[in-house]
Design a protein around this ligand. Structure first.
Ligand code: SF4
Length: 339
């Protein structure tokens, strides 16, 4: 049996052809699977014989929901995958609407020093049906259809980009979730080849780069990926993305007390950005268990904010959603196997 969530629209057409059905039936099946989240083929306007074929060829393999933690600003979901590995996704309740944040890998090998998720060794990439399943499962449980998707849960999306691009295609499919490309954001810790590949893809989504430091020395201590891709290369790729697609880049910057939050860092950051079409998103740090870091005090964050502003840099401050249930940035921690 083929998991229907493992197929793109084109993949479904191909599969239908291979089992002797008309590929055009995808135009009936895909909207039912994603627009109505039917979970079965019952009631589709197709001959009973065709429905029987579909039932014998396809399954609906959404992951098993193990746990949901809810708070006013976010609901965190824990899912068990078919091999027993677990992943987390988050339904974020913004003032302007709902957003689902999905994980892309079981664990993460990037080793960012401030990240709880990064302490879990990467076991594997998520396959397409597991990316889609996080959204389908969240929508079915919550009854809420999201207005946006953030690909910034556990894992580095650029290391699993082919599946992530297929996932974006399904999320953006007009008769399905119909999420506008401009409401989908992919976040990377700075995997440069992935940024170029994304720029050439058919999905010009929002690009967020987790920068967190303005020079290689400090960034290398916080984010080992800097040894592979120094800041100059990351910023060059970001500028290319921005200019090629005429998009504003988000530079994520987590505020770590006494580490990266000085005015000197803010000035260096402003110089690094220069005239690039980018803005900085300052994030309040949510220390996980045994974290060696603390969040910068509010006054320091405001000082950093003001220095960036004074140097002509666009800057926002992200409201920290879900920190009471460990669902905020860098706090997702599933990624183990319980088999
Ligand atoms: S911040 Fe992202 S890339 Fe870095 S360790 Fe955590 S999950 Fe991995």
């Amino acid at each position: 049996m083929t998991d229907i969530y493992s197929l793109t629209y084109d993949g479904l057409r191909e599969k239908l052809g291979s089992i002797g059905e008309k590929p055009s039936r995808a135009d009936i099946i895909f909207p039912a699977v994603y627009g109505e989240l039917a979970g079965s083929f019952d009631g589709l306007p197709l001959k009973e014989e065709t429905l029987d074929t579909l039932r014998s060829e396809f399954s609906f393999g959404a992951p098993e929901r193990l746990q949901t933690l809810t708070s006013e600003t976010a609901d965190k979901y824990l899912w068990r995958l078919s091999d027993g590995c677990t992943v987390e996704s988050v339904l974020m309740k913004h003032e302007f609407g709902y957003n689902i944040c999905v994980s892309t890998q079981v664990g993460c090998n990037m080793g960012c020093a401030f990240c709880v998720s990064g302490r879990l060794k990467r076991r594997r990439d998520l396959i397409l049906s597991e990316l889609v399943g996080q959204v389908v499962g969240t929508v079915l449980h919550s009854g809420i259809k999201p207005g946006g998707i953030s690909i910034m849960g556990i894992g580095e999306p650029m290391e699993n980009l082919d599946n992530v691009l297929d996932f974006i295609g399904i999320m953006a499919y007009p008769k399905g979730f119909d999420i506008g490309i401009r409401h989908i954001t992919i976040s990377t810790c700075g995997v440069v080849p992935g940024i170029y590949k994304l720029a050439q893809s058919e999905y010009p989504v929002n690009l967020a780069i987790s920068l967190h430091a303005p020079d290689d020395e400090l960034r290398g201590r916080l984010m080992p990926v800097t040894r592979r891709y120094p800041i100059s290369e990351v910023m060059y790729a970001a500028r290319d993305y921005s200019e090629r697609l005429n998009r504003r880049i988000t530079l994520e910057y987590v505020m770590l007390d006494g580490v990266n939050d000085s005015d000197e860092c803010a000035v260096k950051l402003a110089e690094l950005i220069g005239d690039m079409n980018a803005y900085v998103n300052l994030i309040r740090y949510n220390p996980g268990e045994n974290s060696e870091f603390a969040c910068s005090p509010h006054e320091r964050i405001m000082g950093f904010y003001d220095t960036l502003k004074k140097h002509g840099v666009g800057v926002t401050m992200r409201r920290s959603l879900g920190d009471t249930i460990n669902a905020a940035c860098g706090q997702l921690s599933a990624g183990s196997s319980d088999t």
